[in-house]
Design a protein around this ligand. Structure first.
Ligand code: MG
Ligand code: MG
Length: 280
């Protein structure tokens, strides 16, 4: 039998605080973008705002130059699932949905998060897609506990998406994050529970459901990046970087309670802690 070895890093408490600091820059970018997203704004303008916010916080845009990607954010509109290029021609329109994915490198550690937001007023059906995908993310996060396994996260995400009649896009999934943007383990957004590596305290994971309103078949544009559903169904994408702690999952990219009920980590704590600490 062939054995496949994967290496999953267990992070120290200090490393988790450094990752949290990067994640809090990501959270600030999200906040800045959410305030700026409106009909008439171009995705290139949003990319410039994101890069400025990242650099003002002492970070580096993790996506810029990653495998040749030209921008600081992925900006995917409506039926674009992932990896949309920010550009000056894509002007947001009332009723669109926009998915933004953003990563930051700071002090040697990465943070990664994504969100989908409404441009002006959207239809109830689109709102249901957004709500369901965000709930799928939080169902997955809730399973990121010892002594579970990686596919417990996958299963929870899939269940939530499909319970609302939507489908998960299977070509992309979550991942470990820390010293690199993408580390082991890979976390599919579907599958039976109880499989894959056992979860351990100190794992830092990016969990990221990508959910289509109809079919999950996708195609990649000639630019080699922009990925669209074949049936042009709208897609939502939510992602958080989390740490598995003895108290349970700790959302490092949380903006201070917006995404959950209990608010253990106001946005400034991680950043202030890491700024006061060591800068490798
Ligand atoms: Mg991401
Ligand atoms: Mg990611």
């Amino acid at each position: 039998m062939e054995r496949v070895w994967i290496l999953i890093s267990v992070r120290t408490a200090l490393e988790i605080e450094l990752i949290r600091a990067s994640c809090q820059v990501v959270a600030r970018v999200r906040e800045a973008l959410e305030n700026a997203i409106a009909p008439g704004v171009t995705t290139l303008e949003l990319d410039c705002l994101a890069e400025k916010t990242i650099r003002d916080c002492g970070g580096v845009p993790a996506f810029k130059g990653y495998r040749g990607f030209p921008a600081s954010i992925c900006a995917s509109v409506n039926e674009q699932a992932v990896h949309g290029f920010p550009n000056s021609l894509t002007r947001l329109e009332e009723g669109d949905i926009l998915s933004v994915d953003v990563g930051v490198l700071r002090s040697g550690y990465y943070g990664d998060s994504a969100f989908t937001t409404a441009v002006g007023q959207i239809s109830p059906e689109l709102q249901r897609l957004l709500d369901t995908t965000r709930n799928a993310l939080h169902d997955g996060i809730e399973r990121a506990r010892v002594p579970g396994r990686v596919s417990d996260i996958s299963h929870a995400v899939q269940l939530r998406a499909e319970s609302e009649g939507f489908s998960v896009i299977r070509e992309y999934g979550g991942h470990g994050v820390g010293r690199s943007l993408h580390e082991d383990p890979y976390i599919p957004n579907y599958g039976a529970p109880g499989k894959g590596p056992r979860l351990r305290h100190g794992y830092v994971l990016a969990i990221e459901p990508i959910v289509s309103m109809r079919d999950s078949d996708i195609e990649v544009a000639e630019d080699g990046w922009t990925t669209t559903t074949r049936d042009r169904a709208p897609v939502a994408h939510f992602e958080h970087t989390i740490a598995i702690t003895e108290e349970g999952p700790d959302i490092l990219t949380d903006r201070g309670g917006e995404d959950r009920e209990d608010n253990d980590h106001p946005a400034e704590i991680g950043l202030a802690a890491a700024q006061a600490g060591k800068q490798p």
